[in-house]
Design a protein around this ligand. Structure first.
Ligand code: IMP
Ligand code: MG
Length: 193
């Protein structure tokens, strides 16, 4: 796998101004481990609520890792999407969160796992969790690929975290800068934006 250039491109195969922080291989390994943790802790009839747009790549890999990790416990997750926007442009968020596209299924009585790309101020995940809580989910857990410590404005913690990263703006693997860079198969830092 390490030699597959699509899975683990050397930095020069990424973008001129993007430096690899977490490789595709590291992401795959950690995602498999997270799926083990989730399958060991949460019930099999999970409703996964993926926050768009940032989590779409991560959740696609996470559910396939859950298929493997959850084989023994007969995990059979269902997937829902919630598109949120936290206003602000570029590399900062204003903290004001709005629904762009709502869930299409009822969450009442469900064991929900909210999945997002990154936990920074906490505003986005707090908003999503309160929404699901108000709609009477039976239980709510949170999984994030990345977490930036020391940036929290709202006291919220993830139940499952992939990587704790330094306080740098990151892109790739679904994360964007102005809706660019989402296609990169690794997480990188952007120089000079
Ligand atoms: P929070 O509401 O401040 O916790 O930020 C969460 C949202 O901001 C995430 O869902 C991302 O879409 C975005 N975000 C925060 N930090 C970064 C970053 O370093 N790169 C790209 N997007 C980010
Ligand atoms: Mg974003």
């Amino acid at each position: 796998m390490e030699s597959n250039p699509h899975l683990n491109p050397p930095p020069e195969r990424g973008r001129k101004n993007v430096e690899v922080l977490i490789s595709a291989v590291e992401i795959a390994g950690r995602t498999a481990a997270m799926a083990e943790e989730i399958a060991g802790k949460l019930p099999p009839d999970l409703l996964i609520v993926a926050l768009l747009r940032g989590s779409f790549v991560f959740v696609a890999d996470l559910i396939r890792a859950l298929h493997v990790a959850g084989a023994k416990s007969n995990m059979r997750p269902q997937i829902e999407f919630l598109t949120l926007a936290s206003y602000g442009s570029g590399t900062t968020t204003s903290g004001e969160v709005k629904i762009v596209r709502d869930l299409s299924e009822d969450v009442e009585g469900r064991d929900v796992l909210i999945v997002d790309d990154i936990l920074e101020s906490g505003g986005t995940l707090h908003f999503a969790r309160e929404l699901v809580r108000r709609r009477k989910a039976k239980s709510i857990h949170i999984a994030v690929l990345l977490e930036k410590p020391g940036k929290r404005r709202i006291d919220i913690t993830a139940d499952f975290t992939g990587f704790i990263i330094p306080d740098k703006f990151v892109v790739g693997y679904g994360l964007d800068y102005a809706n660019y860079y989402r296609e990169l198969p690794f997480i990188g830092t952007v120089q000079a934006i």
